[in-house]
Write a protein that binds this ligand. Structure first.
Ligand SMILES: NC(=O)c1ccc[n+]([C@@H]2O[C@H](COP(=O)([O-])OP(=O)(O)OC[C@H]3O[C@@H](n4cnc5c(N)ncnc54)[C@H](OP(=O)(O)O)[C@@H]3O)[C@@H](O)[C@H]2O)c1
Length: 271
């Protein structure tokens, strides 16, 4: 039986190049059970993710494994893992076959569209191909990433036969932290995953509120921010390369802030 729930924090595998296998192995040893990757050789070494998972000996059913279809625009033209002249539906199918081989797994727990396509008809062609993968048991959930326009998400939700159940977005001030989009996602039963949670937010990490809470709980400021995100139902990604940070990031899952502390941090997001 595959994992029914998405873990509260995911290990991200971007930009690790030849260190990918070693770092994913360390993350699994540390206790991460959710892994995010993509069929995008420019930023992810998906085959080394698969290698690390196999070497870990952890049963596939104990892992949440998520990958992405990356449209041509997001690929390095020299390393596109499918025929860029093929119809979009074929690109999605071919990319997913590469992911299955790379990850040494027939199925993924989630398949995300790496970014919306324009016009919407192109997005829908990609989504229909993803739905086919879902219907054939290749993906247990479908989602979309880098989708900051609520209208695009709502249109996708309306037109989809298999509804998006995940949005993975950059968590930053320029999008007002997706506050409106996240509220709608909650109502629609869509899980929200955040990246750039630490890198885009030094002002939050350095704020009096978060620094004070870190001292009070004897935790680090990233742990307080991760604990806040998790309290909001957000699933943060961490791509840390440090074993100590892996441990700290996982520890944040069990750190429970009080409702008042959560309100105080929430106010920081309002600017
Ligand atoms: N969908 C998309 O388009 C997209 C885009 C970007 C990223 N992602 C995904 O998100 C994952 C995470 O990427 P990210 O952009 O959020 O950044 P990241 O790769 O997680 O980097 C975060 C930074 O925070 C540091 N860090 C992590 N845990 C820490 C802790 N406990 N204390 C102090 N510093 C800590 C890391 O340094 P250390 O290494 O020294 O810990 C690193 O400098 C990626 O690997 C990828 O899977 C997706």
């Amino acid at each position: 039986m595959p994992l029914s729930n998405m873990p509260s924090i995911l290990y991200g595998t971007a930009w690790k190049k030849e260190r990918t296998a070693a770092l994913v192995h360390e993350a699994l040893q540390a206790g991460f059970r959710g892994i995010d990757t993509a069929c995008q050789p420019k930023h992810y070494h998906e085959a080394l993710v698969g290698e690390a998972i196999q070497l870990s000996g952890i049963d596939r059913t104990e892992l949440y494994l998520q990958t992405k279809f990356t449209p041509v625009e997001g690929q390095d033209p020299r390393t596109i893992p499918y025929d860029q002249d093929a119809p979009i539906a074929q690109q999605v199918a071919d990319s997913f076959e590469v992911s299955q081989r790379n990850l040494r797994s027939d199925y993924v727990d989630a398949l995300l569209l790496h970014s919306p396509l324009f016009p919407f008809s192109h997005l829908l062609s990609a989504w229909r191909a993803m739905e086919e993968i879902y219907q054939n048991g290749g993906a247990l959930r479908l989602g979309i990433s880098n989708c900051y326009d609520l209208k695009v998400l709502q249109r996708l939700h309306t037109e989809a036969r298999i509804k998006p159940s995940i949005v993975q977005n950059r968590f930053y001030a320029q999008s007002d932290y997706d506050i409106t989009l996240r509220t709608w996602c909650q109502e629609a039963g869509i899980a929200y995953q955040s990246f750039w949670s630490l890198t885009a937010n030094p002002h939050l990490l350095g704020s009096d509120t978060i620094v004070r809470l870190a001292m009070q709980y004897r935790k680090t400021t990233p742990q307080i921010l991760f604990a806040y995100l998790i309290s909001q139902g957000i699933t943060p990604l961490s791509g840390t390369t440090s074993q100590e940070h892996m441990r700290e990031d996982l520890e944040a899952v069990s750190l429970k802030l009080t409702p008042d502390e959560i309100t105080q941090i929430g106010k920081l997001l309002l600017g």
